[in-house]
Design a protein around this ligand. Structure first.
Ligand SMILES: CC(C)(COP(=O)(O)OP(=O)(O)OC[C@H]1O[C@@H](n2cnc3c(N)ncnc32)[C@H](O)[C@@H]1OP(=O)(O)O)[C@@H](O)C(=O)NCCC(=O)NCCS
Length: 154
């Protein structure tokens, strides 16, 4: 398993990024300024994390996805860990926004993120079609935050 940092040709990763965010128009908004952390198993791409530097003290995870056949092997956790470690000396916080999906929220909370605020109806207002997860339509965007100052491995 190896993680590569991709800062050019980010569009080559569109296929897997659409697992984390199914609307291409939304992915296009952040892709150019994103660093993609791409996790490979040998020569095979298994998982990605797209990160944007939001301001002088905060980086934002814009996308996190693992191909279904590579899930539950710890790869997304490895990516979060890698990103926290990489930015811990230059940024104070890592944030992300996600839908109100219990599984996803618990996944991040278990890894040290706490809820900060929500943007009402974000998915209704910004996506061309209803996004259904766990049989429920996503409406609000929930923001979570984690301090990475002095970060040490999960
Ligand atoms: C969420 C996701 C990135 C996890 O990837 P992964 O490589 O399997 O993650 P890990 O192996 O490190 O950890 C597995 C965890 O994912 C959780 N998980 C499984 N299915 C999940 C799902 N549909 N949504 C969220 N979390 C899920 C497991 O419960 C497990 O959590 P736990 O260790 O706290 O019990 C992956 O399920 C995925 O790509 N889902 C679709 C896209 C998505 O929801 N992205 C996150 C929002 S941007």
């Amino acid at each position: 398993m190896k993680i590569y940092e991709i800062t050019t040709n980010q569009f080559d990763y569109m296929d897997i990024l659409l697992i984390g965010d199914e609307e291409e128009k939304m992915v296009n908004k952040y892709l150019k300024e994103s660093t993609i952390f791409a996790l490979y198993e040998g020569k095979i791409l298994a998982a990605v994390c797209a990160v944007v530097e939001t301001n002088s003290d905060t980086v934002e995870i814009k996308n996190l996805a693992t191909y279904p056949e590579y899930r539950n092997k710890g790869y997304a956790t490895e990516l979060i860990d890698f990103v926290c470690d990489k930015y811990k000396n230059t940024f104070q916080y890592i944030i992300l926004g996600t839908g109100e999906n219990e599984k996803t929220l618990n996944f991040y909370k278990k890894r040290g993120f706490v809820e900060t605020h929500r943007i009402k109806n974000f998915f209704v207002d910004n996506y061309s079609h209803p996004i259904i997860e766990n049989g429920k339509q996503l409406k609000d965007m929930i923001y979570l935050k984690k301090s990475i100052t002095g970060y040490s491995k999960i």
